[in-house]
Design a protein around this ligand. Structure first.
Ligand code: ATP
Ligand code: MG
Length: 792
């Protein structure tokens, strides 16, 4: 097989005969040539002059893009594949509104998903020909959160933003201690649960109470909500909720906003949640000069409340909406566009589209099958170094993308060790600092130094002893009677029951037994003897995809430790990494600059890079194990159960693969380690099926392996939940909406009659109810009426 560059090949491992996917090259000859056009005719002179100036500055829009730019009144849905110029069209339309339509810049509201995307949008508008920097600055180009915050502040709100996830976690832990539920629930889960309610226009008071766990979580969250009110704090979801309530309660304010914002535009519309959409609809009415831009193939936040069906339902809500489709990819070389097409075409729940490429280019994506994540990291970093040394690329040309944040452990370490400039767009913490991993490290520390007082607080919750109380007792007793292992003082802590005393004795024994072990064996011992069970107990023995992520982290820790033959050397490495990372993290700027970018696929949405490495493209990672076992997971998150839940979770994973692949402009490297966290892993089905391989048989085997690994509760009990998430970082999904499981209602819907198509849309209007026929928005087949359970 032809080698592209050392270690990389032009087809995924296991593919021999298939041809390499390649997109058709589009003939873009039909756009008007404005610079040479006579200044008369269908459109007025300034229209022609505007497009002429765009052309001169190097932006030559195609016919569909021009149509979208010119469509300035009424609702407009621009649907398009990745890299087809959706954001560019939105930017040029803004310029058109200013320059040609003479719209007051302060009347334009542009909303997008991330602050990075909003900043880029502002820059691109300011760079348009004929747009003054003064005008550009007056446009509101913001994230939903920043817009709502602006609104709240403009109305005199003085609350403090309580947005730091770490502090939120600490507060929740504090509340749990007060309620004698110390560390009973991971704070991520609690926040996710609360968020899932809020983005669906519900409140903590509406949380269910059908089980003891439900009631406990509700108590914690109600107290958390009350604490925020008492302390004049609001978190990110409150920002949206408060803005929404303010608009509902103050018609005069809404009216002012409606008068002010004559034109609204939303980028990345496919990832809008209900709360965000309601806010936009309110402000846009009654003019409804609302342009939404999206790609159903890039819906990757459904665990966060995103509702891609808004795209499908837009025309229903706004029957006069114009729909413009863009299908020419300007970003990538044809082989990357082709691979993207072949990856995504296997999803059923989508509007059918095949992207063509605007440019020619001979470079082919390269594939690698390294032994492990560490081997993968070595080869990738060596490749980056070679390219940079040879002057072919700069560090800032590269991005490394991965499915879940713990998957960057090996590459991050290599970058830190080799002192390569890089920026981690995650939370900036190493695996070893995570709340889940830290207690395990602390046990290791105590095994080699039983008087390590810094390591003690971290392990106390694992003995169900409150940190403060436990440490105060240990320190006070040890001052009076010092011991080789001060943890033994816990045996005299007042109020402990016999079984707790037994547990402490067992744990002290275990700490002593770790000393002679190699670090992997020690970690395995910690996990097997109590830690895995402890984490499960914390989750009340219910299966959640969040738990899958936690397990993944501990597996990753074991993999990392496997490189060292003593606990001492492993801990020395961990400490060195922590120190170096602290120094790197001191560089605060979020701009990539000339640095290698590391981010989850979720974070990479809307971005592009000359060269992209997609790492961990193996079964169990992409698709992620949480999706492979989705039919048995407690927090099935897409609103269905069993088979449908599995299919939907897998489709979201495929969309993630599609988003990752389509970030690359010139070069794409995809790597599928043979061992993932110590276990054999096949090449991702998304790659194999893109090369025409039938993956049905292996799917059945892998699926039963992942479902079989669980002994979870009856999956149907937890079936119908839409949301839940793990923080705000664009990370992998967590549990969260799970306890809302029973809160569903049966509603009338249209369902596609084609067996292979899973589309359905809700019947919202009596007119819709009265009509006898409706074509499927996905495949065009007839639909029939029926009922479906949806979250309340
Ligand atoms: P995504 O789906 O990732 O959000 P997108 O559809 O928003 O992508 P853009 O980011 O707007 O696509 O454009 C992708 C790339 O193509 C950018 O580098 C942009 O400058 C370029 N591009 C877009 N339209 C044109 C055009 N008509 N001519 C030349 N280049 C274009
Ligand atoms: Mg975009």
């Amino acid at each position: 097989m032809e080698k592209s560059t050392s270690g990389f090949e032009h087809k995924p491992f296991g593919i021999s005969s298939a041809r390499v996917p390649r997109a058709e090259i589009a003939k873009i000859g039909n756009a008007e040539k404005f610079t040479t056009k006579r200044l008369s005719g269908q459109f007025q002179e300034w229209d022609t002059a505007y497009f002429g100036r765009l052309e001169q500055s190097g932006i030559s829009l195609n016919a569909a893009q021009i149509a979208a730019v010119r469509c300035t009144e009424g609702p407009l849905l621009t649907l398009a594949g990745a890299g087809s110029g959706k954001t560019s069209t939105l930017v040029c339309r803004t310029g058109y509104l200013l320059d040609v339509k003479q719209i007051d810049p302060s009347g334009i509201l542009l909303l997008t998903f991330s602050s990075k995307a909003a900043a880029e949008m502002r820059e691109r508008i300011a760079a348009l020909p004929g747009i003054s920097s003064h005008d550009a600055a007056r446009i509101q180009a913001r994230t939903f959160h920043s817009f709502c915050l602006w609104l709240l502040f403009s109305q005199g709100m003085q609350k403090e933003i309580f947005g730091d996830t770490r502090r939120q976690h600490i507060q929740l832990q504090q509340i749990m201690r007060e309620l004698s539920l110390s560390d009973a629930y991971p704070p991520e889960n609690l926040l996710a649960l609360l968020s899932s309610y809020k983005v669906n226009l519900m409140k903590a008071e509406q949380l269910p109470e059908s089980s003891e766990a439900d009631r406990q979580m509700k108590r914690i969250l109600l107290r958390y909500e009350a604490w925020k009110i008492e302390h004049d704090r609001i978190d990110f979801d409150d920002v949206l909720t408060l803005a929404y309530e303010m608009l509902q309660e103050r018609p005069e304010l809404l009216e002012r906003l409606r008068r002010r914002f004559s034109h609204l535009m939303i980028d990345e519309f496919q990832d809008t949640n209900l709360l965000q959409y309601e806010i936009v609809k309110m402000i846009a009415a009654p003019r409804n000069n609302l342009m939404v831009v999206g790609d159903d193939d890039q819906t990757i936040y459904s665990f966060n409340g995103a509702r891609s069906e808004f795209i499908l339902e837009f025309e229903k809500l706004y029957p006069k909406a114009r729909v413009i489709t863009l299908d020419i990819n300007y970003r990538s070389v044809p082989s990357i566009v082709g691979l993207g097409n072949e990856v995504i075409k296997h999803n059923k729940m989508r509007r059918n589209k095949t992207l063509r490429a605007a440019h020619n280019g001979a470079l082919l994506p390269a594939y690698m099958r390294p032994e492990s994540a560490d081997d993968e990291a070595n080869q990738i970093i060596a490749h980056i170094n070679r390219e940079v040394s040879a002057g072919r690329r700069e560090y800032g040309d590269f991005a490394i993308l991965y499915r879940s944040s713990s998957a960057n452990r090996a590459v991050l370490e290599q970058l830190v060790i080799r002192d390569i400039p890089h920026i981690d767009y995650g939370d900036g913490r190493l695996l070893y600092e995570h709340w889940l991993v830290k207690p395990v490290i602390d046990y290791l520390r105590l095994s080699i130094n039983r008087r390590d007082f810094d390591a003690m607080p971290g392990i106390l919750p694992t003995l169900y002893i409150p940190r403060d109380k436990g440490m105060a007792h240990i320190q006070a007793t040890d001052e009076a009677r010092p011991k080789k292992g001060p943890l033994v003082h816990l045996l005299t802590l007042p109020g402990l029951k016999d079984f707790q005393l037994d547990k402490i004795r067992q744990r002290l024994e275990m700490i002593r037994s770790l000393k002679g072990l190699v670090p992997t064996a020690a970690i395995t011992q910690i996990r097997k003897s109590f830690y895995d069970t402890y984490i499960q107990a914390g989750e009340h023995s219910e299966q959640t995809s969040h738990r899958e992520m936690l397990k993944e982290m501990l597996d990753e820790l074991e993999t990392s430790a496997g490189r060292f033959d003593s606990i001492v050397s492993f801990l020395a490495f961990v400490d060195d990494m922590l120190l170096r990372n602290q120094q790197t993290a001191a560089v605060k700027s979020q701009a990539q600059g000339n640095r290698v970018a590391l981010m989850t696929i979720h974070k990479s949405k809307g971005l592009e890079f000359p060269a992209v490495f997609l790492i961990g493209a193996s079964e169990g990672t992409l698709p992620h194990s949480s999706a492979l076992g989705a039919d048995s997971l407690r927090d099935t998150r897409i609103g269905s159960e069993g088979e449908a839940s599995y299919t939907e979770a897998l489709e979201e994973e495929r969309r993630l693969a599609y988003v990752a692949v389509t970030r690359a402009k010139e070069q794409l490297f995809v790597s599928s380690p043979a061992l993932q966290r110590g276990k054999k892993a096949a090449v991702s089905r998304f790659l194999l099926s893109a090369f025409g391989q039938d993956t049905a048989a292996s799917d059945a085997a892998i699926r039963s392996e992942y479902s079989g690994r669980r002994s979870g509760p009856d999956p149907t009990r937890f079936g119908k939940v839409r949301t839940g998430r793990m923080g705000r970082s664009g990370d992998a999904p967590s549990s969260g909406g799970n306890t809302a499981a029973q809160r569903t209602q049966s509603v009338p819907v249209w369902m596609c009659t084609t067996g292979s198509c899973v589309a359905w849309t809700r019947i919202m209007h009596s007119k819709d109810m009265a009509s006898a026929h409706k074509p499927c928005p996905l495949c065009g087949s007839p639909m029939k009426k029926g009922r479906k359970d949806v979250p309340v």
